[in-house]
Design a protein around this ligand. Structure first.
Ligand SMILES: O=C([O-])CC(=O)C(=O)O
Ligand SMILES: [Mg+2]
Length: 230
């Protein structure tokens, strides 16, 4: 297909998105059954960024950022741009100019399985990007792609309007239909970890806090004095 598709988005409820966005990527990933995590090659361009938002998906040809300009018009407050090239590319698709254009529209960040550039300016602007490369190579505006169709980005299926949360640990996608359930499970996990943390800080061993001793013994772990038998 050579034609361009720009589709309307039905976004996840904002209060759920914002609550998920306040939780860590590792927590959410665990709470949704260790699913949804994008490949570890996506790294933040500066440390400490932590955002949650609704996905605007952009499928782009290698070395061509035209569809990003088309996508800007579709963005609303609370969105995160999720960009994936149809073939691998490290080119610098996105920089401070495009960031200016989307930041005024309330976009919270960019996730791109390709390159970005102008990272000093992006850092100064406080516009977070998770990318597979930082690369000054420019891109052209020649070939159409798609905006707001489901796509695969860094190994994960992302549908427009899904929840995307990103922090120093990586990027996780929460499908819109599961968002409320995953939020509940994530909050429960946070509470459980808070209780464990308090016990660790009080000097208890994780072996006891998590009842591991019986399972270790069942596996045959033995404690010996001196040298183990050869
Ligand atoms: O202009 C581009 O193609 C990408 C860029 O550097 C910017 O957005 O500032
Ligand atoms: Mg630039």
């Amino acid at each position: 297909m050579t034609g361009l598709v720009v589709r309307d988005v039905h976004r996840t409820d904002k209060s759920i998105v914002d609550e998920l966005g306040s939780l860590g990527v590792a927590t959410i990933h665990e709470a949704q059954g260790r699913t949804g995590l994008m490949a570890a090659r996506l790294r933040p361009i500066y440390p400490g960024a932590h955002v949650g938002g609704t996905a605007i998906t952009v499928s782009v040809p290698p070395g061509d950022n035209w569809m990003l300009h088309v996508a800007v018009e579709q963005c609303q407050e609370g969105d995160i741009l999720v960009v994936s090239p149809t073939s691998p590319s490290d080119a610098g698709y996105f920089g401070e100019l495009l960031a200016s254009a989307v930041q005024v529209r309330g976009v919270r960040g960019l996730v791109i399985d390709a390159g970005c550039r102008d990272v000093a300016e992006l850092s100064r602007m406080g516009f977070p990007v998770w990318s597979r490369a930082v690369c000054a190579t420019g891109t052209v505006k020649e070939t159409l792609g798609d905006v707001n169709l489901p796509l695969v980005c860094a190994g994960q299926l992302v549908r427009p309007g899904d929840v995307v949360v990103a922090d120093d640990d990586g990027v996780v996608v929460v499908p819109q239909r599961a968002a409320e359930t995953v939020l509940t499970a994530s909050k429960a996990r946070e509470e459980k970890e808070a209780a464990s943390r308090a016990r660790y800080l009080a000097g208890e061993l994780s072996l006891d806090v998590s009842d591991m001793r019986g399972r270790l013994a069942a596996k045959g772990l033995t404690y010996v004095d001196g040298e183990p038998d050869a």
